[in-house]
Write a protein that binds this ligand. Structure first.
Ligand code: GLN
Length: 205
């Protein structure tokens, strides 16, 4: 018989760029050990990783500069639960539309994302959406967000935009131990999406 570990897992937040603090606060409120990850040794301490919103082109370059790119990619390949929000979703995508010519991603999620997909007029907006696994709608905040243009067979769609010109577009996905949202669940006080991720990390231990 195996017993689940009782100590809370350590979850890292990729901290070279982006809205790191909001994720750290939310994870801490959920009772996990949340640490900022800027160096490989910090990544080694983590059972799971969050990649925040920010600017995906800058994140990829900084990850290279600070020798985090390959170690994170390796951990993802080995099954480390990883959750990307907005730019973090782009970082986890295997394919990008409207990326810069030399834009690299960590990959792992069998999806195609379109960067800055919602266009100029509606580049930042809010709306209520249903998310698989949550029992009531979530108020989602989109900031120059990507959407998911296409998903592979093993990707589960967790949420779509419900209203307006982008209705039907995929904005949350899961594939095995990887999760990603186009929106920013770390903004505002609703920690239910982070809870789903913490549960994923806890199950994988
Ligand atoms: N537009 C940004 C990018 O391409 C993502 C925006 C965000 O994370 N809020 O990386």
């Amino acid at each position: 018989m195996t017993t689940a570990p009782t100590t809370p897992p350590t979850i890292g937040v990729f901290a070279l760029q982006g809205d790191v603090r909001e994720h750290l606060r939310m994870l801490t409120e959920l009772g996990v050990e949340a640490i900022a990850v800027r160096r490989p040794v910090e990544l080694d301490a983590c059972a799971g990783l969050v990649i925040p919103g920010g600017e995906s082109t800058t994140m990829a370059k900084l990850a290279r500069t600070f020798d985090l790119f390959e170690p994170i990619r390796q951990r993802i390949k080995e099954g480390m639960p990883t959750f990307g929000t907005c730019a973090g979703m782009i970082m986890l995508a295997d394919r990008i539309e409207d990326g810069t010519a030399d834009q690299e991603t960590l990959g792992g999620l069998d999806i195609t994302v379109r960067r800055n997909a919602f266009g100029r007029q509606v580049d930042s907006f809010e709306g209520d959406i249903d998310v698989v696994g949550l029992d009531a709608p979530l108020h989602a905040i989109f900031i120059r967000a990507p959407w998911v243009e296409a998903v592979g067979d093993s990707v589960e769609v967790l949420a779509r935009v419900e209203e307006g010109p982008a209705a039907g577009r995929i904005v949350a996905v899961r594939q095995g131990s990887l999760m990603a949202t186009s929106f920013h669940p770390e903004v505002g006080g609703d920690s239910r999406v982070h809870r789903l991720f913490v549960d994923l990390v806890t199950e994988e231990r």
